[in-house]
Design a protein around this ligand. Structure first.
Ligand SMILES: [Zn+2]
Ligand SMILES: [Zn+2]
Length: 293
């Protein structure tokens, strides 16, 4: 058998402990934040930090990691590439190159043997169980090709610093606005950990929920579905049947009512001259692939 271009990587046992901490700590802090702090130490400032950081890191994942880096849906100015990959890193979902290579494997084997996270192995496996089962791609020719971009290597190298920045920025804003240690802590909690928790489960829902629940306007070889709730929370990523039908398409919303904030972002970058070669199949090509409206 020829060499797998996207081989699974065997992580050392301690790494699974790190993953466990990354999954469990934001979860516990989120429960705590909601049960004990709401109303006492959470107000408009904390909510703004939560929403602001969710938008920045969510677009970093959808526009930067996914559409730009993994699928090459558009070209962008180096400063835009660096910025969106840095925002994506703050989401704590792996380094850009590892995320992109693992996701490419998902497309290459969608809902077949070898898919890192198909719900055919169970909903929870697809949601986050796969994180503990050596299903990451961190080597191989396609991984090396992703890393041939010096900007990607630079963000990869600074991944842990960027995670830290994603926690410290909301903490500092919280502390400086309120001039208190409590503001520093609640900024870290809501703009940092609660935001990481929500961002994780939104992205993981693309792997679990949108391969199980929703509509299938396009006939694809996998189980990918369009799910409006995941799309609303995930900056357009929930239009996952559209995405699997045309993985390289820059826009995941294919109809006017399919809200796609990632599309608005790319269009804005294009208007500013910061993005170009935005790829999208024309209406006829899409209509011919559709089995329903
Ligand atoms: Zn998928
Ligand atoms: Zn994709």
């Amino acid at each position: 058998m020829s060499q797998d271009p996207l081989p699974f990587h065997e992580d050392p046992p301690w790494y699974k402990g790190v993953v466990l901490a990354v999954v469990v700590i934001p979860f516990l802090l989120t429960i705590w934040a909601f049960t004990t702090l709401w109303g006492q130490h959470a107000g408009w400032l904390e909510l703004s930090l939560l929403i602001g950081m969710w938008i920045i890191t969510g677009l970093g994942i959808s526009v930067g990691y996914h559409r730009m880096l993994t699928h090459g849906a558009f070209q962008a100015h180096p400063a835009v590439r660096a910025t969106f990959l840095a925002f994506g890193s703050m989401a704590m979902q792996d380094k850009p190159s590892d995320w992109a290579a693992t996701h490419k494997r998902h497309h290459a084997h969608s809902d077949q043997e070898g898919d890192p996270h198909s719900p055919l192995e169970g909903f929870w496996h697809a949601h986050f169980g796969w994180l503990f089962r050596d299903r990451f791609v961190r080597s191989g020719p396609i991984y090396e090709q992703i890393r041939s971009d010096p900007i990607v290597r630079m963000i990869d190298r600074n991944y842990f610093h960027l995670i830290l920045a994603g926690l410290l920025i909301p903490a500092l804003i919280g502390g400086l606005v309120t001039l208190s240690w409590m503001g520093l802590w609640t900024g870290l909690l809501w703009g940092g950990f609660v935001r990481v928790f929500l961002g994780h489960h939104i992205t993981w829902s693309v792997n679990s929920v949108t391969h199980m629940f929703g509509t299938r306007p396009y006939e694809t070889t996998d189980k990918a579905r369009n799910n409006a709730i995941v799309a609303l929370l995930g900056f357009g990523e929930g239009w996952h049947n559209n995405h699997h039908a045309f993985p390289r398409a820059a826009y995941l919303g294919h109809a006017w009512y399919q809200i796609d904030p990632g599309r608005w972002t790319i269009k804005a970058l294009e208007k500013l001259g910061l993005a170009w070669d935005v790829w999208m199949p024309d209406e006829d090509t899409r209509r011919n692939r559709r089995t329903s409206t």
